[in-house]
Design a binder for this molecule. Structure first.
Ligand code: AMP
Length: 192
């Protein structure tokens, strides 16, 4: 069993790559962004609250996001391991994740951090907007805000995993297949 944090700025390819990793390693894909979007679609109270932050490109508050993460982990006791996509995005979230996994007798095996430069992210997100239907992909101002929030609030989370010797940087430029192969190689080296 292995738990992986798939990390990187918006538009780095976390969702696309997570789909491939779950298939190969039989893991459960837990994307907090996807859970928020599901709640928005179903017009739940959580959805309404999350939307007010997401539409501006801001983070949903830790208190709400951590509670959601815990309940999602609890919902899947059968999972052989998780890929956390889009979580943790702050230091308190990283601490909370360690705590909940440790209560379950497990831990994060590694953080795989996709590295993509800013201009490429902007172009990818605008292109994605044509098919994703995501309001937060369509507005250049919101995109910039998400990138800035990543740089200021989220990128420092790398240090948390560096301190635990779990941080692995992956070149996020190239074809989708090339990047998948890089991720597979790093995971295989750890689980073998
Ligand atoms: P994503 O699908 O990961 O790009 O997330 C879309 C949006 O959902 C983000 O811009 C945030 O507003 C919100 N969100 C997703 N995950 C988190 C998180 N771990 N902490 C706070 N906000 C989050």
């Amino acid at each position: 069993m292995i738990n992986i944090v798939l990390f990187g700025p918006p538009g780095a390819g976390k969702g696309t790559q997570a789909e491939r990793l779950v298939k190969k390693y039989n893991l459960f894909h837990l994307s907090t962004g996807d859970v928020f979007r599901y709640n928005i679609k179903n017009e739940t109270e959580l959805g309404k609250l999350a939307k007010s932050f997401m539409d501006k490109g801001q983070l949903v508050p830790d208190e709400v996001t951590i509670k959601l993460l815990i309940s999602e982990v609890e919902k899947h006791p059968e999972a052989e391991g998780f890929i956390f996509d889009g979580f943790p995005r702050t230091q308190p979230q990283a601490k909370a994740l360690d705590e909940i996994l440790s209560e379950k007798g497990t831990s994060i095996g590694m953080m795989l951090a996709l590295d993509v430069e800013e201009e490429e992210l902007r172009q990818r997100l605008l292109k994605r907007a044509e098919v994703s239907g995501r309001a937060d992909d369509a507005d250049p101002k919101v995109i910039q805000n998400r990138i800035d929030v990543y740089k200021n609030e989220t990128a420092p989370v790398k240090e948390f995993y560096k301190a635990q010797n779990k941080y692995i940087q992956i070149d996020g430029i190239g074809s989708i297949d090339q990047i998948t192969d890089r991720l597979f190689a790093e995971i295989d080296a750890v689980i073998r």
